[in-house]
Design a protein around this ligand. Structure first.
Ligand SMILES: Nc1ncnc2c1ncn2[C@@H]1O[C@H](COP(=O)(O)OP(=O)(O)O)[C@@H](O)[C@H]1O
Ligand SMILES: [Mg+2]
Length: 303
């Protein structure tokens, strides 16, 4: 079963095209990572799925329904953690949960038990009576996460769920997401943390300037775009390295570093001895290398 099926999906804001023909599929039970630099169109795509943004072209089905006409039916089966928390600052943690529980139509008899269970689930029970404005950023993010789980939705969308969270909270959230995966839930997540995407996602879709540039499992993407090993050097050695790098390898500038991709670690060790330039780092290639390669090896203007 397909939870999302997007074909040539477009969204224009005035003259600017945020999505320029997106083909994307999410199958039931999959955890899909939507990656892309700031401004790539990730949140816009999520808005289209949720029915809060209207598309200007293409076909989009969520649970086989068009969000433009069946938004309400879709939202009933969907839990969304939006990029901004959107919590009512004047209310307490529990009041926020109650308000949302009513909103998603959770039967009154189940509300308080479900809320207590979820606050425990994300270690927030000691803050149940606290006003939102007294919570730390991490606590607000955790609350937004459990709030999306109130109706035990079959499909969960997480838009940058861990941005700005400390590592302990990030790991807690990962373990909860894995638990949801284990219970067969379908998940779509955006993140700027490539390691997070590698840990959580069965499949990655890379979005760049409103278009899908590639998709596949983390392993497959690494094998296609950046197989082997990577060495990072100080930028000032650029010319020396460029001249010595074998034609079939990869060379790129990443910020203030020169990045060399080679099939084996031995290639990189040889390069070091030939040039006399020591690498700052030698390591197996990872999803971050793929991301930088596919999105132009530089930060977008919006970053
Ligand atoms: N409501 C809006 N009005 C005008 N432009 C928008 C609006 N929302 C998003 N955009 C633009 O659409 C593009 C994609 O934005 P967004 O989907 O938020 O990207 P991402 O989530 O990948 O960072 C950006 O250029 C952004 O400025
Ligand atoms: Mg966004």
């Amino acid at each position: 079963m397909k939870v999302i099926q997007a074909l040539g999906v477009r969204k224009k804001f005035g003259e600017a095209e945020a999505l320029a023909g997106v083909d994307l599929e999410v199958r039931a039970g999959e955890c899909v990572g939507l990656l892309g630099p700031n401004g790539a169109g990730k949140s816009t795509f999520i808005g289209l799925v949720y029915g809060s943004v209207e598309r200007t072209g293409g076909d989009l089905k969520v649970f086989g329904l068009d969000p433009a006409t069946h938004g309400r039916a879709i939202r009933k089966r969907l839990g969304v953690v939006t990029q901004e928390n959107a919590l009512d600052e004047g209310l307490s943690v529990k009041e926020n949960m109650r308000l949302f529980a009513r909103f998603v139509g959770l039967p009154a008899a189940q509300r308080d038990t479900r809320i207590d269970e979820l606050l425990h689930y994300m270690s927030l029970q000691h803050k149940a009576e606290a006003p939102i404005r007294f919570l730390s950023g991490g606590m607000k993010r955790r609350l937004t996460f459990v709030r999306a789980l109130l109706s035990d939705p079959e499909f969960i969308i997480l838009d940058e769920p861990t941005t700005g969270l400390d590592p302990a909270v990030r790991h807690l959230l990962w373990s909860k997401v894995n638990e949801l995966k284990g219970r067969g839930r379908t998940i779509l997540v955006t993140t700027h943390y490539m390691h997070e995407a590698e840990v959580l996602c069965d499949r990655i879709v890379v979005l760049f300037r409103g278009k899908v540039v590639d998709s596949g499992s983390p392993k497959a993407l690494i094998a296609t775009h950046s197989p082997g090993y990577v060495a990072l050097f100080a930028e000032e050695n650029e010319n020396k390295l460029k001249a010595a790098v074998a034609k079939e390898w990869g060379f790129a500038l990443q910020g203030k570093q020169a990045c060399v991709r080679a099939p084996t670690l031995t290639d990189l060790l040889d390069l070091q001895s030939r040039t006399g330039v020591q690498a700052l780092q030698l390591r197996p290639a990872n999803l971050e290398d793929v991301f930088l390669k596919l999105t132009g090896e530089e930060l977008s203007q919006n970053d």
